[in-house]
Design a protein around this ligand. Sequence first.
Ligand SMILES: [Zn+2]
Length: 73
Amino acid sequence: MEAETAMAEQPGHRVKLRNGMDLSCVVCRNDSFHEREWQLNTAGMSFFNLDFLNRSAICYICAECRYIHWFNL
Ligand SMILES: [Zn+2]
């Protein structure tokens, strides 16, 4: 994947979840993330057996530790 270089220049931002909570990193508690949308059916994701996410997922990558938090759209 070429995700790392693509998101490197962007500043992180805070993320509001659908339930009204602010997303905070489960690893380092940071609240600044890089956002990416993954088209799962075009990136060979069936390799990972993620067919249940049959269209796309939104991913928030922690600006500090790079942990990926991802959500089904
Ligand atoms: Zn983190």
